[in-house]
Design a protein around this ligand. Structure first.
Ligand code: TYM
Length: 328
């Protein structure tokens, strides 16, 4: 029998989840839970590169679990767990680091970007992609659903896996590590924030998935627009409002808004109100589910424990193979 495809992805608990996380990664990841064996984790080791508040880290991690479950992750289909509940991943990261060229890591956009914006150039931030490679490779992952900003990290992962295979594999025994494929959805690969740049916690331009109504409305109403007058025609293709509306409205609704943009006679404020209403309705079932989960005190802990057990079983097997191959 053919082995089911293994799908893996992670999300950092460095802040509150936003709709860029949702449309870029969580929604596709949730859809994939029906297509293979899915493993999704909360990247708390990675979050330590930017968050040094133990109470906040613990709270955020639980909150990410809650929000992911509320959005439709089904723990009977997909394992959800904390990265740090599989500490072997740090052992694999060490082994991988011994074949990773520094020059490859120096080219990582994410590192350069963070340091350019004032982050301290810690060794952990620099070797972030090696730990991410270990996250992926320790589960023999086939597919990694992510937003476009993670594409380079998956290329680095493939490169590191190939180096391990070349260095320690043999024609007789076959490859040691499996090379994963990124799965990036064209339409949602970069969800824009309220300033039109990529939506990101670190840019302060997010719309949270589970923000309260007043705050969410405020965020939507502050989407940056040009100064075209109410009566004048507007360009739908250059508009963040249109891009976000496209994520939550039907094809016909999107078409209608596009026509109204072109025709003129309606101001951006009006379009933003319409976007807010759609967005608020879109997440209504998730808010309901979230309230239900919150009423069940042990639910999140049980899910994370079950997920960790499953993840550890796989990681244990892969590590046995890796340790044997490298001579440990
Ligand atoms: P993180 O926590 O920054 O983001 C989680 C996921 O959300 C996607 N995303 C977006 N997609 C589209 N538009 C946006 N504006 C947007 N903002 C965020 C990200 O692409 C990502 O898929 N390094 C990872 C976490 C990680 C990981 C892994 C992922 C650690 N190990 C192993 C996959 C496999 C990160 O920081 O994602």
């Amino acid at each position: 029998m053919k082995k089911p495809m293994r799908i893996l992805s992670g999300i950092q608990p460095s802040g509150i989840l936003h709709i860029g996380n949702y449309f870029g990664m969580m929604r596709p990841a949730i859809a994939l839970q029906d297509e293979g064996e899915a493993l999704y984790f909360i990247a708390d080791y990675h979050a330590l590169t930017s968050l040094r508040d133990p109470i906040a880290l613990r709270e955020n991690s639980r909150r990410v679990a809650l929000d992911f479950l509320a959005c439709g992750l089904n723990p009977d289909k997909a394992a959800l767990f904390l990265q740090s509940d599989v500490p072997q991943v740090t052992e694999l990261a060490w082994i991988l680091s011994t074949v990773t060229p520094v020059s490859r890591l120096e080219l990582a956009h994410s590192y350069k970007d963070k340091v350019a914006r004032g982050a301290a150039a810690a060794a952990g931030l620099f070797t972030y992609p090696v730990l991410m490679a270990a996250d992926i490779l320790i589960y023999d992952s086939d597919i990694v659903p992510v937003g476009k900003d993670q594409k380079q990290h998956i290329e680095i992962t493939r490169d590191i896996a190939a180096r391990i295979n070349e260095t320690f594999g043999s024609a007789r025994k076959g490859p040691i590590l499996k090379l994963p494929e990124p799965r990036i959805q064209k339409q949602t690969e970069v969800v824009p924030g309220i300033d039109g740049q990529k939506m990101s916690k670190s840019y302060g331009n997010t719309i949270d998935i589970f923000g309260d109504e007043k705050e969410t409305r405020k965020r939507v109403m502050s989407i940056v627009t040009d100064s075209t007058l109410v009566e004048a025609p507007k360009n739908p293709d250059a508009s963040t409002i249109m891009q976000l509306y496209g994520l939550v409205a039907s094809k016909d609704e999107v078409q209608e808004m596009r026509e109204q943009f072109r025709k003129g006679g309606r101001g951006y404020g009006d379009f933003k109100k319409q976007l807010f209403e759609k967005l608020w309705d879109y997440f209504a079932p998730m808010r309901k589910r979230r309230d239900e989960i919150l009423r069940d005190k042990n639910y999140i802990d049980d899910v994370l424990e079950r997920g960790a057990r499953r993840a550890n079983a796989i990681a244990h097997e892969v590590m046995k193979r890796v340790r044997a191959a490298v001579g440990l």
